[in-house]
Design a protein around this ligand. Structure first.
Ligand code: ZN
Length: 87
């Protein structure tokens, strides 16, 4: 199977340096580093949104449609976030 990589002539080239590796990658609008550093705040905001949502079992505004995520998602997701954050 052949693979083709099409790169826009205006694509942004970014560079990550980790130990003795240098990785160049294309595209993105530059949020990755910010999101990496803000992940605890983002998870706290997600947990708060879920807990304040007035739905009973989850909805597209908090954890997603109940038919896709199940009736226990609204109860379980904040617990998973707590485990990830260690609180
Ligand atoms: Zn909801």
């Amino acid at each position: 199977m052949d693979y083709f990589l099409i790169i826009d002539k205006n694509a942004t080239i970014r560079k990550i340096m980790y130990k003795n590796l240098t990785i160049y990658y294309f595209s993105g609008i530059g949020f990755s580093e910010l999101l990496y550093h803000e992940h605890a705040n983002l998870l706290n905001a997600a947990r708060s949104l879920i807990e304040k949502c007035p739905c009973a079992y989850g909805c597209p505004s908090c954890v997603g449609p109940t038919l896709e995520v199940g009736k226990s998602a609204k109860e379980i997701v904040p617990k998973i976030i707590g485990l990830i954050l260690g609180k």
